[in-house]
Design a protein around this ligand. Structure first.
Ligand SMILES: [Zn+2]
Length: 81
């Protein structure tokens, strides 16, 4: 009888630890999302060719300069120096 209680205790412990991990993971994944929203400056692009500064979607990796129609890549981050 004692052995059965011991096994149920372990089972409950495992069950609670799994639910605990799930709860922590859910909380962390919910906290992380709004922080990525706060970067508005990344929607500002500067053209490599004519140095024209314009605003485009920050979700794009490639953007076309409205002035000289050349492609600009996201890797470049303005404001340096
Ligand atoms: Zn340009």
């Amino acid at each position: 009888m004692i052995k059965l209680e011991f096994e149920t205790a372990i089972f409950l412990y495992l069950l609670f630890s799994i639910f605990g991990f799930l709860a922590i993971w859910l909380v962390f994944s919910k906290i992380k999302t709004p922080t990525e929203h706060s970067t508005q400056l990344e929607s500002i692009w500067q053209c490599f060719i004519c140095t024209y500064i314009y605003v485009d979607s920050k979700h794009k990796k490639l953007s076309v300069c409205p002035r000289c129609k050349s492609f600009n890549e996201r890797e470049f981050k303005g404001g340096g120096h």
